[in-house]
Design a protein around this ligand. Structure first.
Ligand SMILES: Cc1cc2nc3c(=O)[nH]c(=O)nc-3n(C[C@H](O)[C@H](O)[C@H](O)COP(=O)(O)O)c2cc1C
Length: 238
């Protein structure tokens, strides 16, 4: 059975747009027998990495900061698939997600190895997990995800989790706008199907990823929103 750990990094937690995508994705995965757990970073006490490198030098594999991260790292070590779900904040991830990712430093070794023409820090542990990125942003254009995607590609290249899919939705702010759910039916189905695919096929299929990246529907709605007929102003957005 696939063990999926979802790390949710929106400051809005379960009431935000990222969570709509994540919940559908996990429902799809559960329908194929995956065991899932969602961790809301906003509910945890995760301090910033202080850059002391204690987890490399003084107490290898263990961070000197005593907070909720130790328990979370244990969960990361046990999962088959790590889902990192964050909205775009200032062209990248939220600070909650970044703090979490910085604090993953104990999972890698301090020394360098050379693979091909790349230098890497090897993993401290043998067990590997794959990664899925789930994100949405305010603007109706894929370009807003460039920095975030680049970050995840580098992470993969450096050997920290093979990317098996990215579920991205530009203009994700529309997800919670009353009256729009019907327009976004294809998106909802794709979120669910992505969860199914990741269990059945080991990755999200490119055609499923494409559906949630569709700019045309969302851009059309976006330019009329919130004054378009049938829409109740800004209701549902905040
Ligand atoms: C501080 C802040 C920074 C943001 N930066 C961006 C941005 O750079 N690009 C963008 O398209 N949307 C940006 N947004 C919009 C969010 O990505 C959008 O509201 C998203 O739906 C939030 O997801 P959530 O409801 O799960 O928190 C920003 C929002 C906030 C509050």
């Amino acid at each position: 059975m696939k063990k999926i750990l979802a790390i949710q990094g929106s400051p809005k937690g379960s009431s935000g747009n990222t969570d709509v995508m994540l919940r559908e994705f996990l429902k799809g995965a559960q329908s194929k027998g995956a065991e899932t757990e969602t961790v809301y970073l906003k509910k945890l006490n995760i301090k910033h990495c202080t850059g002391c490198f204690g987890c490399w030098v003084k107490t290898p594999g263990k961070c000197v900061i005593k907070d909720d991260m130790a328990n979370l790292l244990e969960k990361v070590r046990q999962c088959d698939l790590l889902v990192l779900a964050t909205p775009v904040y200032v062209y990248s991830m939220t600070s909650l997600m970044k703090a979490f990712m910085d604090r993953m430093l104990p999972l890698i070794e301090p020394h360098f190895v050379k693979e091909g023409d790349r230098y890497k820090h090897p993993s401290r542990y043998k067990r590997k997990y794959d990664t899925v990125l789930i994100s949405n942003c305010g603007f109706p254009e894929m370009k807003q995800f460039d920095a975030l995607r680049h970050n995840f590609r580098l992470r993969e290249e450096m050997g920290h989790g093979v990317m098996v899919g990215e579920l991205l939705m530009p203009a994700g702010v529309l997800l919670k706008v009353e009256g729009l759910k019907g327009f976004l039916e294809d998106h909802y189905q794709a979120f669910f199907r992505a969860g199914v695919e990741v269990v059945e096929k080991g990755r999200i299929l490119p055609e499923t990823e494409q559906i949630t990246q569709n700019r045309f529907l969302t851009q059309r709605i976006f330019l009329q929103w919130p004054t378009a007929p049938g829409m109740k102003g800004w209701d549902g957005w905040i």
